[in-house]
Write a protein that binds this ligand. Sequence first.
Ligand SMILES: Nc1ncnc2c1ncn2[C@@H]1O[C@H](COP(=O)(O)OP(=O)(O)OP(=O)(O)O)[C@@H](O)[C@H]1O
Ligand SMILES: [Mg+2]
Length: 365
Amino acid sequence: MRARLQGKRIVICAGSGGVGKTTTSAALAMGLAARGARVAVVTIDPARRLANALGVDELGNEPHLVDPARLAGHGIEVRGELWAMMLDPKRTFDELIERLAPDERTRDEVLSNRIYQQLSGAVAGSQEFTAVAKLYELDRSGLYDVLVLDTPPSRNALDFLDAPDRLTGFLEGRALRVFLAPTGLAARVFGAGTSVVFSVLKRLTGVDLLDDLSVFFRALGGLLEGFKERAEGVKELLRDDGTTFVVITSPEHEPVEEAIFFAGKLRDAGMPFGGLVVNRVHPLDGGAPEADADALAAALGDAKLAAKVARAYAEERTLAERDRAAIEHLRRETGERDPIVIPQLDGDVHDVDGLVAIHGHLFAD
Ligand SMILES: Nc1ncnc2c1ncn2[C@@H]1O[C@H](COP(=O)(O)OP(=O)(O)OP(=O)(O)O)[C@@H](O)[C@H]1O
Ligand SMILES: [Mg+2]
């Protein structure tokens, strides 16, 4: 990994759900920090125990310095700095508004607006955009040499690449324009007749929806340009020479096919493909194709138990054969000759020891 990530400032870990993106991001960041870089890793919904292991909590939406003493006891000497954070999508979206608002009044109007509060929850719900928006902020801060971005569990890893386009698409879209124009739909809808409905609603519910709507659209109009520029900036960042994508997969059929698809899309889009990680692989380890039942029975002193062990061994072998075939398939289809293989470890990788183990495979010479 070290050679592959040489000179890279932004490392984006992408792949199907549950393949090990969050774990790999954390272990990659740890390895780069150990080797002297100031690294921040942006994790998305990490398992609670993993977050605890890194000493991050939901608060702040900013990277926290991971205490080097946490890692030193596990044989990792951090020569640089390791920072870690948990992405808070809603908060990131609010911060974006704060930054893009032309003045305080607009900012407060938008943030306190009921329509915004509902909408931003929904937009932030597509974590793809907020993840890259945060990445962009951190990159601009100049505080880090390398940023490692974990990506949201999405069925389609491409959502992530398209996110800036989709947001500008929405903002530039006809629907919103029509709504925002002074003589547009909003003006017509909120003409005399409808205002009666709104005022009845207001009397009944105490909510001034009309006011909320008009404030929202007026204020958002002032942010449009800023949004478009930001989305352009984010797109540029994704295409930058200093940015690379690490595609992560397990050896299972669906993630493998998705990884191949994703690697192809990266190539088509002229985006850098920084490497392929195949995680949770059952190693073949050069063992015998079948367990020696007699030797097992002799060693265990129990024929039934020996038969069980032999069956378990056969199952492992089958999985290992499947995994080997999957890796071959990945090699052929992605053109990645030398994918990084991480074995299936015993138990989940929720603590520092687990991360150190994954790290060992990622950075093996
Ligand atoms: N090599 C491994 N051996 C054993 N367990 C692993 C390994 N890699 C990851 N795991 C475990 O698999 C689970 C999924 O890992 P992780 O959360 O990193 O995946 P993810 O791709 O981020 O998932 P999601 O798409 O849900 O965000 C976790 O419980 C993790 O501890
Ligand atoms: Mg994850």
